[in-house]
Write a protein that binds this ligand. Structure first.
Ligand code: SF4
Length: 477
């Protein structure tokens, strides 16, 4: 097993350095193409959150530069990379399941295939040990802090006779301007910061994504200007907790100030952001959301539990009343705003009374949608060793009762869109019907309507005619 250098050069030097490895592999792949008449293929799987999806765009961009061709068929790939997630146990079990199949694939169909694992799951020592001992057919393992080193690590593996592991414990450098393959021509995600300092007691993210660090505002603005020049209309500003953007900068600016700067970019039409932590949702930010005409009036504001006792155990730093007061302020400032959230059911120590408080918040706020989870014990987090783990059948019953309260309210919120003519960013052709297009309103409502695919990427007026709870039917105006 090869151990690697764990320090990074300044961004531009590091990029140039990785480009030399990209060229080295490119030459090999071009030779293969000349000899066989076809390109080597890569299969890339991004698991988990939007941060991972965005990171995978960069991994795929580098592989494309190396002369690989993307394939959606794992069975025809020469290079297979999983960008893993560990926020819930089943995400990890899925990876181990797939590794079993990959062993067979490598032994029977493609012994030269290279298998790489990266992302949050790989940051955990116990996982690295497991891969080293039980999955020796894996060639490359790296983490969340050194994604840009993929070309170098691939060369390392090609020159060595054993797997290469390169996991860093913290960030060294944000390498800007990496090659990237965007999945959508008209919208793009932009990281504004990395890591998280909140240490919610159930969450593994701070242990695998490290301490908060913000990108320089000018680097962010420059990246967005380039994307807009390239035809992008909608930007998603990404961070584990965007509300605390800027605190690590040499010249700190707030997220609200950054939003106002992004709002000034000519040609940009829509700004979205994710994820906001309620404890850092300031009046300044609410006013900036209201004042910035390009900021979509949709806010994802996870509350997790309605019980102040449980919020304390979760280390969330707000109360039920505080959260509801915040929502009241947001709705007062932007009456058309829609809100979504994250909810955990079954956190250790949750009683029926606590659960009823969660239902209270759902009834009080009225969300346009919610990401709902059954508590998943994550080894290494404080909650994993807490007493009063809630029995599975109790959790399952509560989860169903929560959906019984939530879904009719989502239907009610969606109903407020019916009859309105709303600007819709046309995103894609429906997977089930080639004559149907799908798109999203500013409020993030999914709209299905008849149209032709030349409309994709445009923002067009659509009259909302029918409510399907988690999406609506519309007619082009
Ligand atoms: S804010 Fe909490 S839940 Fe979100 S990533 Fe950070 S620690 Fe995890």
């Amino acid at each position: 097993m090869e151990k690697q250098r764990t320090t990074a050069l300044p961004s531009t030097e590091e990029l140039a350095r990785q480009m030399t490895y990209i060229q080295k592999i490119r030459q090999e792949n071009d030779k293969y193409l000349a000899e066989t008449g076809h390109k080597k293929k890569f299969y890339s799987l991004a698991m988990g959150c939007q941060m991972n999806a965005h990171d995978s765009e960069k991994l795929e961009g580098m592989l494309d530069e190396m002369g690989y061709e993307a394939t959606t068929e794992e069975t025809e790939a020469d290079f297979i990379i999983y960008n893993t997630c560990c926020v819930r146990e089943n995400a990890e079990l899925k990876v181990y399941g797939k590794l079993g199949w990959l062993k067979h694939y490598k032994e029977t169909e493609n012994p030269n295939a290279m298998i790489a694992l990266c992302g949050c799951m790989m940051q955990q020592d116990v996982v690295q040990q497991t891969i080293m001992k039980k999955y020796r057919h894996v060639d490359l393992v790296f983490g969340t802090f050194n994604l840009y080193k993929l070309p170098e690590l691939m060369c390392m593996r090609m020159d060595s006779d054993g797997p290469v592991f390169d996991i860093w414990q913290e960030y060294q450098e944000v390498v800007e301007d990496l090659p990237s393959i965007r999945h959508f021509s008209y919208k793009a995600s932009v990281n504004i910061m990395f890591g998280c300092n909140n240490f919610c007691s159930y969450c593994i993210v701070p242990y695998v994504r490290g301490r908060e660090r913000s990108r320089e505002p000018e680097d962010i603005l420059q990246e967005i200007r380039k994307l807009v020049a390239d035809g992008v209309k909608e930007i998603m500003l990404l961070g584990q907790n965007v509300n605390s953007y800027g605190k690590t900068l040499e010249h700190p600016i707030s997220f609200a100030e950054l939003l106002r700067k992004v709002n000034e970019i000519e040609g940009l039409e829509r700004i979205r952001f994710m994820t906001s932590h309620p404890k850092d949702m300031s009046d300044e930010l609410i006013l900036a959301m209201k004042a910035c005409d390009k900021v979509c009036k949709y806010l994802h504001l996870p509350f997790q539990s309605g019980s102040t006792k449980i919020l304390k155990k979760m280390n969330r730093h707000y109360t039920k009343e505080g959260y509801l007061e915040l929502v009241r302020k947001v709705k007062e400032a932007m009456p058309d705003v829609t809100l979504s959230t994250d909810i955990i059911v079954g956190f250790p120590g949750e009683t029926e009374e606590d659960f009823q408080e969660t239902l209270d918040v759902i009834r009080e706020v009225k969300y346009c949608t919610a990401f709902t989870f059954i508590y998943s014990k994550r080894t290494g987090t404080p909650a994993a060793v807490m007493e009063d783990q809630v029995p599975e059948e109790v959790v399952k019953d509560r989860f169903q009762r929560m959906l019984d309260v939530l879904n009719p309210l989502v239907h009610e919120v969606t109903q407020t869109q019916v009859g309105k003519v709303l600007p819709v960013l046309v995103e894609e052709v429906s997977k089930n019907d080639a004559g149907i297009l799908t798109g999203r309103t500013e409020q993030n409502t999914l709209v299905h309507f008849t149209g032709t695919k030349d409309l994709i990427g445009q923002i067009i007026p659509v009259k909302i005619t029918e409510n399907k709870t988690f999406y609506v039917i519309g007619e082009r105006m």
